[in-house]
Design a protein around this ligand. Structure first.
Ligand code: PMP
Length: 355
């Protein structure tokens, strides 16, 4: 307890990020980064941006980046918002769109930052349980609410909803915003961006951190009708009118334009995920059907925390989340094929030794 802190700070339970280890010889499969480097065109654009113009403030509207993102999905730039990672975009959205007094609805197993934003902005919320097989059931998202947030695919399960279910949510709550957090959508799920033109209450949030391999750049974005985007801009301009620096704007714009690199690297991850899932099943793990760049796995006879510790001793780090529904599961990022093979042989060895 500090006498200097605002009362609010005493009440916060901040998000605990996945470990970013100092050791470089680890196989790092714990925070869903890409195992491949970013687009070479993006890297070149960042190098080119690091010149004398760095003395000038960046474009506060990130016009080039928003135009590139809009063009790719067939919307206009006034339907696009960008921020410093999708974490910041989500933070602004929670503040701008969910302050109606009723509880915000989101699943009880999902991205754990959502409860943190609710704490930060004093938003009431209700977590809706997943089904026993860890799925989101949209019919359960009824009743008065200030909005609905779903990660699609969900994290940490990797299971995706179809667009019919997203439409149902949008139609169940026409006067509330449905925020679809699509951090992992590019690895096989259908994006709700195609619904933006028809649904004024839809906000779709995406990121450069996963499928674009630019977690280090911190760029996220949202698609929605101009009315919703204006609310986000108002909050942004009341907080930090320059969230994206010059290098981030240049690198992200070039990344959006390198469609060939993007398609190739996403396809590689999807192929590795299929092989990894069958390898894990062959070892006796239950593997949820993932549309993301990670798999969520469970072993009937093994303690998940212990498995994570055993892997760590072998220089492989994966994510174990505490919590009633998650404690017996491990979330493992899809690495390169070589990393996945090392993971599988480490697990084979651990399971053999502990029998
Ligand atoms: N949403 C979900 C579901 C995530 O898992 C993450 C990454 N941890 C984020 C958003 C935030 O990603 P970033 O801030 O890197 O864009």
């Amino acid at each position: 307890m500090s006498r200097f802190w605002s009362p609010l700070v005493h009440t916060l339970t901040p998000y605990v990020p996945g470990e970013q280890p100092k050791l470089t010889n680890l196989i790092k499969l714990n925070t869903n980064e890409s195992p491949y480097g970013p687009s070479p065109r993006a890297l070149q654009a960042m190098r080119d941006a690091a010149d004398d113009t760095m003395r000038l403030y960046p474009d506060p509207e990130a016009a080039a980046l928003r135009a590139a993102l809009a063009k790719r999905v067939g919307l206009t730039p006034d339907c696009v918002f960008v921020g410093n990672g999708s974490d910041e975009v989500l933070a602004h959205a929670f503040q701008a769109l969910f302050g109606h007094g009723d509880p915000l609805l989101f699943p009880d197993v999902t991205y754990s930052f959502y409860t943190v934003y609710c704490g930060l902005y004093g938003l009431p919320y209700r977590q809706v349980p997943l089904t026993p097989d860890m799925r989101i059931q949209v019919e359960d998202y009824t009743g008065p609410c200030s909005g609905v947030v779903v990660a699609n695919p969900n994290a940490p399960t990797g299971i995706a909803l179809g667009l019919d279910d997203i439409k149902r949510l949008l139609e169940m709550h026409p006067d509330r915003v449905v925020l679809v957090d699509e951090a992992y959508v590019d690895f096989g799920a259908d994006s709700a961006v195609t619904l933006v033109a028809d649904y004024p209450n839809l906000l779709v949030v995406q990121t450069f951190s996963k499928s674009r391999a630019l977690a280090g750049l911190r760029v996220g974005f949202a698609f929605g009708q101009p009315d919703l985007i204006e609310a986000l801009v108002r909050v942004k301009d009341s907080f930090n009118s320059y969230p994206l620096d010059r290098i981030a704007q240049a690198g992200a714009t070039a990344a959006v334009e390198d469609e060939e690199w993007f398609q190739k690297s996403v396809q590689k991850v999807i192929a590795s995920r299929t092989a990894l899932a069958s390898g894990l099943q062959a070892l006796g793990f239950e593997v949820l059907p993932s549309q993301a760049n990670f798999v969520y796995i469970h072993h009937a006879d093994r303690d998940a925390a212990e498995l994570a510790a055993n892997l760590r001793e072998r220089a492989i780090i994966v994510r174990h989340l505490r919590g009633a529904r998650t404690a017996s599961w491990l979330r493992i990022t899809v690495g390169t094929d070589q990393q996945c093979d090392k993971l599988l042989s480490a697990l084979r060895d651990i399971l053999r030794r502990n029998t």
